[in-house]
Design a protein. Structure first.
Length: 49
């Protein structure tokens, strides 16, 4: 077994950190990280009547 997949994920997060240096808050950084890793879940609730 290798730790290659984990190292790849860690590398992507480091890249996002470099690119996202000017993000306004941690929420935007977290969403960008989840979006890149394809596990994005919106925290906005849908309005129901």
């Amino acid at each position: 077994m290798t730790n290659g997949p984990i190292e790849g994920i860690k590398n992507k997060i480091k890249l996002i950190k470099r690119v996202a240096y000017r993000y306004g808050n941690f929420y935007n950084f977290k969403n960008r990280t989840l979006l890149i890793s394809r596990i994005f879940v919106s925290e906005h609730k849908k309005r129901t009547k």
